[in-house]
Write a new protein. Sequence first.
Length: 150
Amino acid sequence: MKPQTKREIRNPDYVQGVRDSFYRQGLMRTFNAQLVRIEPGAVEISVPFTSHLTQQDAFFHAGVGIALLDTACGYAAFTLMAPDLRVLTVELKVNLLSPAVGERLRAVGEVIRPGRSLTVCRGDAFTVSGTGEKHVATILATMTAVPQAA
């Protein structure tokens, strides 16, 4: 289900802003995460499977999925913010639906309701393998817009 929101673009250079910010994140580099899609109010991130990102049963660790979902939602919100703002998470709730087993983990974050200071987002994570995709987690997150540090 696609959220129905007014997607006012306040920063015409939002794509480059997301890319610049994303590639400064050490955690995303550690995961070897890649930006797949950046649109007004929506961002998709993908991570390839590696044993360094697993828990004891060789599934993607839940922390990897949660971090990807949080990041995808944060950047989805960021696409609709003014250029002098940055984004921080203020609240999130995650449902882990199934063990994350696959060749790749894919997270999609979308804005449900943009606001001046708070933006509500939802995200879904899927594992991808030769047999298709499996929905493994869902997040509901609230992001806040804060001024860029001086």
